[in-house]
Design a protein around this ligand. Structure first.
Ligand SMILES: C[S@@+](CC[C@H](N)C(=O)[O-])C[C@H]1O[C@@H](n2cnc3c(N)ncnc32)[C@H](O)[C@@H]1O
Length: 304
């Protein structure tokens, strides 16, 4: 198997799975987390979401021995609506393991990686219109700078955007390696040696193409509402922009009401409805075995 699930033991333990509970895996991917949930819910049910047909095809095969689950092909931003459609309004636990699966990265033709040459694409949902090609070839310079800066925290956003605009005056930028070369040539020599200069820009374009941060915010808000008392939301992220959204959302919903801060008898309606359970990082052993886990953070919250 090509994909190693990240923070698998920690997230499954943190979900506090009940045998008869209803759970959601918001990011089915290769089915690693879903499989572990299914092993533990003999009398329960799992809804698993993914918007990637190939991930779904793979996982259907991997999970074929189980029958108490349903895969929903949708963006997890539509989770609440999709579950309502299934007559489900509350669940006992939700897991997110956000990001690109190693399968998507490995597949040359999807254009997620600056190591493989491919058409500029990066769409997680192959049916949507906006692709990396559109962003790179049609966005005005200012918009490119904003995307690279905000979603990639790239300090050479301006010179990279300028180089892209200059290049595309002659011909469209068609492939990942073509783009990676343009990026490389527009940052100082010293910076090129630190890490691959295309890493942050590729991340930024991917976030823009898939509207990842807005999607995550909506999905987190809906997930918090969907939880039953005692239910947990476990979220694994892979970069600081996403982690910040998770951290701030969890902080906001767990904070005490200002008026009653520190008071002994807080009326029920002013009590926080959620409590923070913790933040986890991969163990040394996992870091050694799975390079993809290096920036992973798991945050866990519980509905009171
Ligand atoms: C890192 S993989 C999940 C791996 C999985 N936990 C496992 O153990 O095999 C992330 C998956 O989430 C999916 N994904 C990412 N963003 C999504 C979104 N907004 N809606 C639905 N699926 C999404 C990707 O297509 C990918 O298959």
């Amino acid at each position: 198997m090509k994909h190693k699930s990240v923070l698998l033991d920690e997230s499954i333990e943190m979900l506090k799975i009940r045998e008869d509970g209803v759970y959601v895996d918001a990011t089915l991917g290769f089915g690693g987390h879903s499989l572990e949930i299914l092993k533990r819910i003999k009398k329960g049910f799992l809804f698993a979401f993914d918007q990637d047909s190939e991930a779904i095809k793979y996982s259907e095969e991997r999970l074929k021995d189980y029958h108490n689950f349903k895969i929903i092909k949708s963006n997890f931003a539509n989770m609440k609506e999709c579950l309502n459609h299934e007559n489900v309004s509350k669940v006992d636990g939700i897991l997110f393991d956000i990001g690109v699966s190693s399968m998507q990265l490995d597949e040359d033709y999807r254009g997620f990686s600056y190591h493989n040459d491919a058409k500029l694409d990066m769409r997680m949902n192959q049916k949507q219109e906006l692709s990396a090609y559109e962003v790179v070839n049609n966005y005005p310079k200012d918009k490119l700078i904003k995307v690279f800066y905000e979603y990639g925290e790239e300090k050479f956003s301006k010179s990279i955007a300028e180089a892209i605009c200059k290049y595309r005056e002659n011909k469209p930028i068609e492939t990942t390696l073509e783009l990676a070369e343009i990026i490389k040539s527009s940052v100082p020599e010293k910076y090129r040696r630190l890490h691959h200069p295309a890493r942050k820009v590729f991340q930024a374009i991917r976030i823009e193409v898939n509207d990842e941060l807005n999607v995550l915010q909506k999905a987190l808000n809906d997930s918090l509402e969907l939880l039953n008392p005692g239910g947990r939301l476990c979220v694994i992220t892979f970069h600081s922009l996403e982690d910040r959204i998770v951290k701030n959302t969890f902080k906001e919903v767990t904070k005490e009401n200002e008026l009653y801060k520190g008071m002994p008898n807080i009326p029920d309606e002013y009590k926080a409805k959620y409590k923070l359970i913790g933040k986890f990082k991969p163990t040394k052993e996992e870091l050694e075995n799975n390079n993809r886990s290096r920036s992973a953070i798991l945050r866990v919250i519980e509905r009171i």
